[in-house]
Write a protein that binds this ligand. Structure first.
Ligand SMILES: O=C1O[C@H](COP(=O)(O)O)[C@@H](O)[C@H](O)[C@H]1O
Length: 256
Protein backbone atom coordinates (compact mmCIF):
# COMPACT_ATOMS: atom_id res chain seq x y z
CA UNK A 1 0.00 0.00 0.00
CA UNK A 2 1.48 3.41 -0.96
CA UNK A 3 1.67 5.98 1.80
CA UNK A 4 1.10 9.70 1.59
CA UNK A 5 4.34 11.66 1.16
CA UNK A 6 5.04 13.77 4.22
CA UNK A 7 6.64 17.19 3.86
CA UNK A 8 10.38 17.07 4.62
CA UNK A 9 11.94 19.21 7.31
CA UNK A 10 14.86 21.10 5.76
CA UNK A 11 17.53 22.22 8.23
CA UNK A 12 20.29 24.54 6.97
CA UNK A 13 23.46 25.15 8.96
CA UNK A 14 26.35 27.61 8.63
CA UNK A 15 28.98 24.88 8.47
CA UNK A 16 29.54 21.13 8.22
CA UNK A 17 30.62 21.26 11.88
CA UNK A 18 27.19 22.64 12.83
CA UNK A 19 25.55 19.81 10.81
CA UNK A 20 27.60 17.28 12.79
CA UNK A 21 26.51 18.84 16.11
CA UNK A 22 22.82 18.88 15.12
CA UNK A 23 22.92 15.36 13.64
CA UNK A 24 24.32 13.96 16.88
CA UNK A 25 21.59 15.60 18.97
CA UNK A 26 18.86 14.43 16.55
CA UNK A 27 20.20 10.85 16.62
CA UNK A 28 20.67 10.77 20.40
CA UNK A 29 17.14 12.14 20.96
CA UNK A 30 15.66 9.46 18.68
CA UNK A 31 17.74 6.79 20.40
CA UNK A 32 16.28 7.81 23.77
CA UNK A 33 12.72 7.90 22.40
CA UNK A 34 12.83 4.53 20.60
CA UNK A 35 14.60 2.72 23.44
CA UNK A 36 12.01 4.12 25.90
CA UNK A 37 9.09 3.17 23.62
CA UNK A 38 10.21 -0.20 22.22
CA UNK A 39 13.38 -1.30 24.01
CA UNK A 40 15.81 -1.06 21.09
CA UNK A 41 16.98 1.35 18.38
CA UNK A 42 17.64 0.05 14.86
CA UNK A 43 19.96 2.31 12.90
CA UNK A 44 20.74 1.86 9.21
CA UNK A 45 24.00 3.45 8.10
CA UNK A 46 25.31 4.59 4.71
CA UNK A 47 28.94 4.78 3.77
CA UNK A 48 30.66 7.84 2.35
CA UNK A 49 30.88 11.17 4.15
CA UNK A 50 28.02 10.29 6.53
CA UNK A 51 30.32 8.44 8.92
CA UNK A 52 32.57 11.44 9.43
CA UNK A 53 29.54 13.69 9.93
CA UNK A 54 28.43 11.32 12.71
CA UNK A 55 31.67 11.97 14.62
CA UNK A 56 30.01 13.93 17.46
CA UNK A 57 28.10 10.81 18.53
CA UNK A 58 31.31 9.26 19.82
CA UNK A 59 32.23 12.33 21.90
CA UNK A 60 30.81 13.57 25.22
CA UNK A 61 27.99 13.87 26.14
CA UNK A 62 26.57 11.21 23.80
CA UNK A 63 29.42 8.71 24.10
CA UNK A 64 28.41 8.19 27.74
CA UNK A 65 24.70 9.11 27.76
CA UNK A 66 23.43 6.92 24.87
CA UNK A 67 22.38 3.35 25.75
CA UNK A 68 24.56 1.72 23.08
CA UNK A 69 23.66 -1.78 24.32
CA UNK A 70 20.21 -1.35 22.74
CA UNK A 71 21.45 -0.27 19.29
CA UNK A 72 21.15 -2.56 16.26
CA UNK A 73 23.28 -1.60 13.26
CA UNK A 74 22.54 -2.34 9.58
CA UNK A 75 23.80 -0.99 6.25
CA UNK A 76 21.54 0.53 3.62
CA UNK A 77 24.16 -0.48 1.09
CA UNK A 78 27.47 -2.28 1.12
CA UNK A 79 30.26 -2.82 -1.31
CA UNK A 80 30.86 -6.54 -1.94
CA UNK A 81 34.51 -6.49 -0.95
CA UNK A 82 36.34 -8.00 2.04
CA UNK A 83 35.18 -6.43 5.29
CA UNK A 84 38.73 -5.23 5.97
CA UNK A 85 39.01 -3.48 2.58
CA UNK A 86 39.24 0.31 2.51
CA UNK A 87 36.24 0.21 0.14
CA UNK A 88 34.02 -1.50 2.74
CA UNK A 89 31.27 0.60 4.32
CA UNK A 90 31.51 -1.73 7.34
CA UNK A 91 35.21 -0.93 7.82
CA UNK A 92 34.55 2.78 7.38
CA UNK A 93 31.86 2.66 10.08
CA UNK A 94 34.00 0.52 12.40
CA UNK A 95 37.00 2.83 12.16
CA UNK A 96 35.03 6.06 12.46
CA UNK A 97 32.22 5.08 14.80
CA UNK A 98 31.45 1.53 15.88
CA UNK A 99 34.79 0.71 17.53
CA UNK A 100 34.47 3.84 19.68
CA UNK A 101 31.19 2.94 21.42
CA UNK A 102 30.04 -0.23 23.24
CA UNK A 103 27.51 -1.63 20.75
CA UNK A 104 27.44 -5.44 21.29
CA UNK A 105 29.14 -7.14 18.33
CA UNK A 106 26.10 -9.44 17.92
CA UNK A 107 23.98 -6.33 17.20
CA UNK A 108 26.10 -5.31 14.21
CA UNK A 109 24.82 -6.86 10.98
CA UNK A 110 27.63 -6.82 8.40
CA UNK A 111 27.26 -8.57 5.05
CA UNK A 112 28.80 -11.98 4.37
CA UNK A 113 31.83 -10.89 2.34
CA UNK A 114 32.56 -14.44 1.11
CA UNK A 115 29.55 -14.46 -1.25
CA UNK A 116 28.87 -13.13 -4.75
CA UNK A 117 26.84 -9.89 -4.96
CA UNK A 118 23.70 -11.94 -5.73
CA UNK A 119 24.47 -14.34 -2.87
CA UNK A 120 25.28 -11.54 -0.42
CA UNK A 121 21.99 -9.76 -1.19
CA UNK A 122 20.00 -13.01 -0.73
CA UNK A 123 21.87 -13.75 2.48
CA UNK A 124 21.29 -10.26 3.94
CA UNK A 125 17.60 -10.42 3.02
CA UNK A 126 17.29 -13.88 4.61
CA UNK A 127 18.91 -12.59 7.80
CA UNK A 128 16.50 -9.65 7.89
CA UNK A 129 13.60 -12.09 7.47
CA UNK A 130 14.91 -14.10 10.40
CA UNK A 131 15.08 -10.93 12.53
CA UNK A 132 11.49 -10.16 11.56
CA UNK A 133 10.38 -13.71 12.47
CA UNK A 134 12.21 -13.35 15.78
CA UNK A 135 10.35 -10.05 16.36
CA UNK A 136 13.60 -8.12 16.58
CA UNK A 137 12.66 -5.96 13.58
CA UNK A 138 8.95 -5.16 13.04
CA UNK A 139 7.10 -5.17 9.75
CA UNK A 140 5.36 -2.02 8.56
CA UNK A 141 1.58 -2.44 8.71
CA UNK A 142 1.32 -0.08 5.75
CA UNK A 143 3.85 -1.66 3.38
CA UNK A 144 4.59 -5.21 4.60
CA UNK A 145 8.33 -4.43 4.47
CA UNK A 146 10.67 -4.31 7.48
CA UNK A 147 10.51 -1.12 9.47
CA UNK A 148 13.76 0.35 10.81
CA UNK A 149 13.75 3.16 13.34
CA UNK A 150 16.29 5.44 11.68
CA UNK A 151 18.12 5.50 8.35
CA UNK A 152 21.04 7.89 7.96
CA UNK A 153 21.47 8.50 4.24
CA UNK A 154 24.05 10.32 2.18
CA UNK A 155 23.62 11.36 -1.44
CA UNK A 156 25.94 11.41 -4.46
CA UNK A 157 26.19 14.28 -6.98
CA UNK A 158 24.15 12.15 -9.42
CA UNK A 159 21.34 11.98 -6.83
CA UNK A 160 21.95 8.36 -5.85
CA UNK A 161 21.07 7.18 -2.37
CA UNK A 162 22.14 3.79 -0.97
CA UNK A 163 23.36 2.04 -4.18
CA UNK A 164 20.25 3.05 -6.12
CA UNK A 165 21.59 4.95 -9.13
CA UNK A 166 19.59 7.12 -11.57
CA UNK A 167 20.02 4.94 -14.68
CA UNK A 168 19.98 1.50 -13.03
CA UNK A 169 16.81 -0.57 -12.70
CA UNK A 170 17.39 -1.47 -9.04
CA UNK A 171 15.80 1.84 -8.09
CA UNK A 172 12.45 0.51 -9.40
CA UNK A 173 12.52 -2.81 -7.48
CA UNK A 174 9.20 -3.31 -5.72
CA UNK A 175 9.38 -6.84 -4.26
CA UNK A 176 12.89 -7.57 -2.97
CA UNK A 177 14.09 -6.22 0.38
CA UNK A 178 17.74 -6.28 -0.67
CA UNK A 179 19.09 -6.34 -4.20
CA UNK A 180 22.51 -6.18 -5.86
CA UNK A 181 24.40 -4.35 -8.54
CA UNK A 182 27.55 -5.49 -10.35
CA UNK A 183 28.19 -2.33 -12.39
CA UNK A 184 27.90 0.56 -9.96
CA UNK A 185 28.91 3.77 -11.78
CA UNK A 186 30.76 4.73 -8.60
CA UNK A 187 33.51 2.26 -7.69
CA UNK A 188 33.69 -0.40 -6.49
CA UNK A 189 31.20 -1.95 -8.97
CA UNK A 190 29.77 -4.88 -6.91
CA UNK A 191 27.36 -3.84 -4.19
CA UNK A 192 24.20 -4.81 -2.38
CA UNK A 193 21.52 -2.32 -1.45
CA UNK A 194 18.22 -1.97 0.37
CA UNK A 195 15.36 -1.28 -2.04
CA UNK A 196 13.06 1.73 -1.89
CA UNK A 197 10.14 -0.20 -0.34
CA UNK A 198 12.39 -0.96 2.65
CA UNK A 199 13.95 2.50 2.78
CA UNK A 200 10.54 4.15 2.66
CA UNK A 201 9.08 1.92 5.38
CA UNK A 202 11.44 3.54 7.91
CA UNK A 203 10.16 5.44 10.87
CA UNK A 204 12.67 8.25 10.37
CA UNK A 205 15.17 9.18 7.66
CA UNK A 206 17.91 11.80 7.83
CA UNK A 207 19.38 12.92 4.50
CA UNK A 208 22.81 14.27 5.42
CA UNK A 209 24.24 16.39 2.63
CA UNK A 210 27.23 18.71 2.84
CA UNK A 211 29.56 20.39 0.37
CA UNK A 212 29.27 22.67 -2.65
CA UNK A 213 29.55 19.77 -5.13
CA UNK A 214 26.04 18.70 -4.08
CA UNK A 215 24.39 22.14 -4.37
CA UNK A 216 22.95 21.55 -7.88
CA UNK A 217 21.52 18.18 -6.89
CA UNK A 218 19.97 19.68 -3.73
CA UNK A 219 18.41 22.38 -5.90
CA UNK A 220 16.89 19.75 -8.20
CA UNK A 221 15.66 17.65 -5.28
CA UNK A 222 14.32 20.38 -3.01
CA UNK A 223 14.19 23.56 -5.03
CA UNK A 224 11.90 22.42 -7.85
CA UNK A 225 14.84 22.36 -10.28
CA UNK A 226 13.88 19.19 -12.19
CA UNK A 227 13.64 19.86 -15.95
CA UNK A 228 10.07 19.21 -17.18
CA UNK A 229 9.79 15.64 -18.49
CA UNK A 230 12.97 14.46 -16.71
CA UNK A 231 13.02 11.34 -14.54
CA UNK A 232 13.18 12.19 -10.82
CA UNK A 233 16.51 11.49 -9.14
CA UNK A 234 16.63 8.56 -6.69
CA UNK A 235 17.05 11.00 -3.77
CA UNK A 236 13.64 12.45 -4.69
CA UNK A 237 12.02 9.04 -4.05
CA UNK A 238 13.01 9.03 -0.37
CA UNK A 239 9.76 9.28 1.55
CA UNK A 240 9.60 7.44 4.87
CA UNK A 241 6.45 6.56 6.76
CA UNK A 242 7.59 8.88 9.56
CA UNK A 243 9.74 12.01 9.42
CA UNK A 244 12.19 13.01 6.69
CA UNK A 245 14.80 15.56 7.76
CA UNK A 246 17.41 17.05 5.42
CA UNK A 247 20.57 18.27 7.15
CA UNK A 248 22.35 20.72 4.82
CA UNK A 249 25.38 22.90 5.31
CA UNK A 250 25.57 26.38 3.77
CA UNK A 251 27.46 25.11 0.72
CA UNK A 252 25.01 22.30 -0.11
CA UNK A 253 22.07 24.71 0.41
CA UNK A 254 23.68 27.53 -1.58
CA UNK A 255 21.40 27.17 -4.65
CA UNK A 256 18.10 26.85 -2.78
O1 LIG B 1 28.94 4.87 -2.65
C1 LIG B 1 28.26 5.41 -1.80
O2 LIG B 1 27.91 6.70 -1.96
C2 LIG B 1 26.87 7.33 -1.20
C3 LIG B 1 27.21 8.82 -1.12
O3 LIG B 1 28.51 8.95 -0.57
P1 LIG B 1 29.19 10.34 -0.27
O4 LIG B 1 30.65 10.04 -0.07
O5 LIG B 1 28.95 11.22 -1.47
O6 LIG B 1 28.58 10.87 0.98
C4 LIG B 1 26.73 6.70 0.19
O7 LIG B 1 25.60 7.23 0.83
C5 LIG B 1 26.65 5.20 0.02
O8 LIG B 1 26.41 4.56 1.26
C6 LIG B 1 27.95 4.72 -0.54
O9 LIG B 1 28.03 3.30 -0.68
Amino acid sequence: MAHKKSKPTILKFDSEEDVAVALAKYTADLSEKYIRDKGSFSVVLSGGTLIDTLRKMVEPPYKDSVDWSKWLIFWVDERVVPLDSDDSNYKLACDGFLLKVPIPSGNIYAINDKLSPDGAANDYEARLKHLVESKIIPISDASGFPKFDLMLLGMGPDGHVASLFPTHQQRYEKKRWVTFITDSPKPPPPRITFTFPVINSSSEIAMVVTGADLANTVKIALGGGLEPGSTPLPCMEVSPEGGLTWFLDKDAASKL
